[in-house]
Unconditional design. Structure first.
Length: 302
């Protein structure tokens, strides 16, 4: 696994990528080559269509556990390439994961929802000085969130996140939603990568389930961490004042920076990569019957 997790977003082309001597080499016409150790990369985002990537480079990146994200014509993430079989005993863990009963999965989902609501309440308080009552919601969550407190909390959260500026979550809108879409996709890639590294199957979710979704578990585990993207989007749009925005190189860099900011966990500042890896590892323990407590960080913003 990488020793230094970095998110690399290639926004300008034409550029050719190849792998030489444990380095990912970037070649542009008329410019000197640039390179980065492939083992230092956590996620590689290809935001321009003018990229040539050799098969050897893809194989080398997969060996190092790198997730590669491909973008569409609007420079928005469209697909992911994940390393396969990186763990030494995936079959055993797949079996434990598949055999996890509904009661266990419901208890695990409760922990995730509680953490998500607590993080949302903390962000509202950080930005506006008040959680708008959302801090009371985590205690209402039952096993499996059968009363859908998550959705109730979402109404409070989105109604207040951007203050007096109305907001509607719309994946196709050409506004602040573009920042959210981009950030959530990178977060999803980080989470899926950690899941594969832990020997789990990203398609077998705790709560999310759909036959056409190959990343149900990633969608589950990333929920508490969406707020870090939301925080970045808030800053980029000046609290929602900027209604029409463009997805620029600087905007992407700001979102990536927010996902690399330290997170307090167990009395230390850790990277998001590490925190999500710990979460995936604790899920392995839960499926194996060792400990059902998921390793989730306490909410906090600066």
């Amino acid at each position: 696994m990488p020793t230094t997790d970095r998110i690399v977003d290639i926004t300008e082309g034409p550029v050719s990528l190849r792998h030489e001597n444990s380095l990912l080499v970037f070649s542009r016409k008329g410019m000197p080559d640039a390179s980065i150790p492939s083992r230092d990369i956590g996620v590689l985002v290809l935001s321009t269509p003018y990229v040539t990537l050799t098969q050897a480079a893809v194989a080398a990146l997969a060996k190092e556990g790198v997730c590669v994200v491909f973008s569409d014509q609007h420079s928005m993430p469209a697909a992911m390439c994940l390393p396969f079989g990186a763990h030494f005993q995936p079959a055993a863990r797949f079996l434990e994961q598949a055999e996890a009963g509904a009661p266990l999965r419901k208890r695990l989902w409760k922990q995730i929802v509680v953490a998500k609501l607590a993080h949302q309440a903390a962000l509202l308080k950080h930005l506006h000085g008040s959680p708008y009552g959302l801090d009371a919601y985590p205690s209402r969550v039952r096993s499996g969130d059968t009363t859908n407190v998550e959705a109730q909390g979402a109404k409070v959260y989105w109604a207040n996140l951007f203050g007096e500026h109305p907001f509607t979550r719309d994946r196709d809108a050409r506004d602040v939603n573009m920042f959210l879409n981009y950030g959530y996709t990178v977060l999803r890639a980080i989470t899926a990568r950690a899941i594969c590294a832990a020997g789990l199957h990203p398609g077998l979710g705790v709560h999310h389930h759909h036959r056409d979704n190959s990343f149900c578990l990633a969608d589950d585990l990333m929920e508490p961490f969406r707020v870090y993207v939301d925080h970045a989007a808030y800053k980029l749009t000046e609290g929602g004042k900027l209604r029409f925005v463009e997805m620029t190189k600087d905007g992407k860099a700001h979102i990536i920076k927010s996902l690399l900011a330290p997170i307090a966990m167990d009395g230390r500042n850790e990277t998001l990569f590490y925190v999500i890896q710990r979460l995936a590892g604790s899920l392995v323990d839960a499926y194996a019957g060792r400990d059902e407590t998921l390793r989730l960080p306490h909410p906090g913003f600066s």
